[in-house]
Each structure stands twice: as structure tokens, then as C-alpha cells.
Design a binder for this molecule. Sequence first.
Ligand code: CA
Length: 200
Amino acid sequence: MACWGLACLLWLAACQAATAIDIARFYGYGHVPGIASKRSEARRCRPTEPFLCPGGDVCISIAYLCDGAPDCPDSYDEDNKLCTAARRPPVEETASFLKSLLASHGPNYLEKLFGSKARDALLPLGGVEAVAVALSESQTIDDFGRALQLMTVDVNHLRSVFMAVENGDMGTLKSLGIKDSELGDVKFFLDKLLKTGFLD
Ligand SMILES: [Ca+2]
């Protein structure tokens, strides 16, 4: 049994306990259409090489996904957004984290992180899910700013928050109104982005 594409990665990861990357946590399953249809259209690969590259001629092992070397003819197995997201917290978890901040502080709270477009529960940015996807897929903070068309001043502000956290300055988060009970979760979330190259 084989398959290809993003939906395939999710499906495979759901089926296989041992994958080199935690890709099951990439997207919520409901977020990616076509998982079932991809199963049936690609059954030519061996079980040991279940990932069918786009184009349909090459099968590769799951271990070769995001391993730094191109194995599919178009390098799809090393797709930048895909492999960045595989190292990040899952979109569902990020979305629920953002929602918890909004529930706790009100619908305009995330303006303090992402700037004036982040009012009304992030609607001007496309909604919580869109922001969560951008946080997962964007390799760097500049990519994130481009993905959401943030103003430069807002990207720079966000960068200063990340740099403060990176330097262990929790006072910056407190000055943004983050409650003591939320500091641990917020720091964990920002640290995860930092460790996966968000400020590089
Ligand atoms: Ca590879």
C-alpha cells in the first residue's frame, strides 16, 4: 500500500508508530482533504517504501522524508514548509493555545504579539487556524510576516518579544499582560519556535 503528498504523510504517520519525524502532529486530520482518495490511487509501492513521490514513479522509505537529502525527483520529500511544520508544535495544539489566550484576555489580546491586524480573534489575519498554520509552516519570523502580510513594525515587535524570551527576560511577557499562570505555557510555545529556527 502506498500514497503520496501531504495527506499521505499524515495518514502514514497515523498508521505507523515509528516515524523518523513526528509528522502525525503536523495538521489535524480534518484539515487535509483527500486522505482516503490517495490511499486507493497509489498501491504500487512496497510496504517498506510506502511514500510515493509526486509524479508516481518513485517510492521512498518514510525515513527519507525530511532527512536533508532529496529522494523524490522534485525534492518534495524535503519541502521546506512541510519539514518545518514537522518540527513544530502541531497546528491543532497551536490553535488551541492561541484560543486559550483569546478566551482568557479577550478577542483583541493577540494584538500585543502580532500587531494591529491581530484584533477580533485574528479575523483580519484569516482566523486562528490560519495563524496557527503560518506559525507551523514559516521557517523564520520573516516568512511568518510575509505569510500573514504583517507590517514591518509588527514583525519587529514580535521579534523583540522572541528575543526577550530567548534571553530569559520574562518581564517582557509580564508587561504584555501574560498571567503568571500562563507564563510556563507561553514560554514553552515560544521556545519551541525558537529551537526550530524562527529567529534564524
Ligand atoms: Ca529525503
